[in-house]
Ligand binder design. Sequence first.
Ligand code: GAP
Length: 458
Amino acid sequence: MAEAPETTEPQVRLDEIVALCKRRGFIFPSSEIYGGIGSTYDYGHYGVLLRHNLKNEWWRAMIGERDDMVALDSAILQHPKVWEASGHLEGFTDPLVDCRTCGLRFRADKLEDAQCGRKPSKHPGEFSECDLTEAREFNLMFETHVGPVKDTASVAYLRPETAQGIFINFKNVLQFARKKPPFGIAQIGKSFRNEITTGNFIFRTREFEQMEMEYFVPPAEAEKWHSYWMDERMRWYVDLGIRADNLTLRAHGAEELSHYSSATSDIEYLFPMGWSELEGIANRGDFDLKQHAKASGEKLEYFDQEKGEAYVPHVIEPAAGVDRAMLAFIVDAYDAEEVEGRKRTLLRLHPKLAPVKAAVLPLVSRDGMPERAREIYEQVRARVPAEYDEGGSIGKRYRRQDEIGTPWGITIDGQTMEDGTVTLRDRDTLEQERVPAEGLADLLAGKLAEPWRSPKLA
Ligand code: GAP
């Protein structure tokens, strides 16, 4: 198993990220007015916009820029036999230990990451009063009941991965899409796992969203495509601004592999709590299609017309978490610096990910500036997502936009009223230039399309 690279300390503390997300309306603890429900979060305005942009970029990379891919949106509730055949009912477990003293439950294989319930400076089992049970396997499936009668016949499960929805639709997709391997089916959707230990903000929650793609290939080509998708997925994060030094690929050891996988590599990111999985890229072989074919009695194979033979394709699966990717992008973008004796906190997000691309700000709320600013705002937002703000001092408004990661600020001042130019402020360099208001929307749309690299790399 490859070791994570030796890198310096994580660049920001998790509590700083949590505070910014709350302060600026990205992420709130769910059910907060009732005291919250553990490790469950609601996304506010800027959080929703950032998530939307992130998913959009994934769709663009998977569907928009390729000819070998189709989209799917399968149901969260599936026939219980799906989970029997997939092996989840039997094998989707984590080892669990209980502490008889504090009543808390821990993952037996992650005790070194957990805190003792009585003495938080120690790990479970290290404090003299700890009394841990033997480890036992705990199934992570979320059980529910379908219909009005709550009996064993009505048991169903919330899906723990979106992948199975793809496998059970293999035949449908093949019939309508007329694709031949290699081709992929991509899907974004919610998944649910009754995780034993959650925490680290949105890193591990019980309800989360996945972006998964199953790539069906001729068996002899599986290794080639596995390595292809590892490269592609690393490139996706880097192109969207994550610094390459904060990413690494780590191959799973045999003892770590999921029940369906013959080889998996994780893309790990240097989160505030250390190197952890961001995305998994698995070679699932023919495990899933064969299991579902056996259990359903349907043929789940591809008929190769040229060779006159049928075969079961092998599957390469890049599986990413929306919430986890969002945390990585926010962490990587977070920066704090001192400008003219004052602290400035900002998110140096890739402009394509930034929730708002441009803020239109009248310098003062008089002398016709708000009216002119509104006109300019209407033009700009017709091309790029923008926000209008006239409340408070200009410095305060800039700081607010910096913290939500808005790459460009447009200020309408006295000179605008005379010569029709505005100030264009760059979030990262703080440089300001005067540009004509006429054509500003085109200028910003052009800037948005340009390649971008994190200014932290400079
Ligand atoms: N279909 C394969 C699969 O689900 P996984 O490694 O268990 O593989 C894929 O999950 C990705 O989904 C992870 O890399 C992570 O980004 C995200 N993910 C998994 N469990 C999660 C959880 N409890 N909370 C947030 N994200 C999670």
